[in-house]
Design a protein around this ligand. Structure first.
Ligand code: SER
Length: 308
């Protein structure tokens, strides 16, 4: 699938800086990424940008600031079988995020995500489609009336796609996602956001307003919060006009180094060999960052992920 370059061409580093600076200018404090080894004992690894803020969302810790922005290193192993086989699945990735701790809510989060996407990153408006949780009329109306998105380009989706939680229990809420359309020529009639040959979800805005207990009961949190995630590698794929995340400047140098060692150039490799190169690109990043955060390969827990 050839991807036409769209928006501003930016390197991975420039995308990260652009995101963080944009939110700094909106009074967010730029905070460092937390370690991949979380303080939270309910997960083995840092799986999302919100994890370091979970105690704040739950009201267990007081926020030192009302607004924060981060580029969080994350590892998720649930997609490991897809790594290298699809254009966009990884174990290690960076999640860019803007967070509100009981400060702004849906209206601002949506308006800023749109401003950043269309005016700063310069993604063409006609290539963007948004989703909202099926019963979230408030978010639907903001997209339609405040932002002016056409109704063909606002999709209502169910709990599996548009209700986000960091795990079976804990802070959660409805979300709204922004998708990029690689094939707008396929028309507005048949928009299926599950079709990943056409769409890529690049920005998730979570309206973090509930706590879910072990029985599955939702209790409103004391504050309404915002938790967002923009996939750095996905945005790099879009802005660098690459057919997959692996060929962006964030990962391709590792593939090039591997192909020098093996003597087989990536361009000359078969599809199966390219998949292997992509897996190397992904796993080298994951293992390097795990080791940098103090994980030692072993046959247990995090060590098993690092060594296995
Ligand atoms: N927590 C949400 C996610 O991981 C948004 O950051 O997608």
């Amino acid at each position: 699938m050839a991807t036409p370059p769209s928006g501003n061409f930016l390197t991975g580093d420039q995308i990260r800086q652009t995101f963080l600076s944009f939110y700094e200018a909106k009074a967010h404090k730029r905070l460092p990424s937390a370690s991949l080894v979380p303080e939270d004992t309910t997960v083995l690894l840092t799986i999302a940008g919100m994890l370091q803020f979970k105690p704040i969302f739950l009201g267990q810790r007081k926020a030192e600031v009302d607004r924060a922005t981060t580029s969080q290193k994350c590892i998720r192993t649930n997609d490991i079988e897809n790594v290298g086989r699809t254009a966009r699945h990884h174990t290690f990735f960076e999640m860019l995020g803007n967070f509100s701790f009981g400060d702004y809510f849906k209206k601002e989060a949506i308006a800023w995500a749109w401003e950043l996407s269309t005016q700063v990153l310069k993604l063409p408006v006609e290539r963007l489609v948004v989703s909202v949780f099926e019963t979230d009329d408030e978010a639907y109306d903001i997209w339609k009336n405040d932002i002016g998105v056409r109704e063909t380009h606002i999709r209502r989706m169910g709990e599996a796609d548009n209700f986000w939680a960091s795990g079976p229990t804990g802070p959660c809420g409805p979300c709204s996602e922004i998708y990029y359309d690689f094939h707008p020529e396929r028309g507005d009639q048949d928009i299926d956001l599950e079709d990943d040959s056409r769409f890529i979800e690049f920005y998730n805005l979570v309206f973090m307003q509930y706590n879910r207990d072990a029985e599955g009961k939702l209790t409103p949190l004391a504050n309404q919060n915002i938790d967002t995630g923009m996939g750095l590698e996905r945005m790099a794929q879009i802005l660098q006009g690459k057919p997959n995340n692996y060929e962006t400047d964030l990962i391709f140098p590792i593939i090039e180094a591997a192909s020098k060692i093996s003597g087989l150039h990536y361009e000359q490799a078969s599809e199966a060999q390219k998949t292997s190169y992509k897996v190397i690109g992904d796993h080298v990043r994951a293992v390097s960052h795990l080791i940098a955060d103090g994980v030692v390969a072993s046959n247990l827990g995090r060590g098993y992920i690092c060594g296995g």
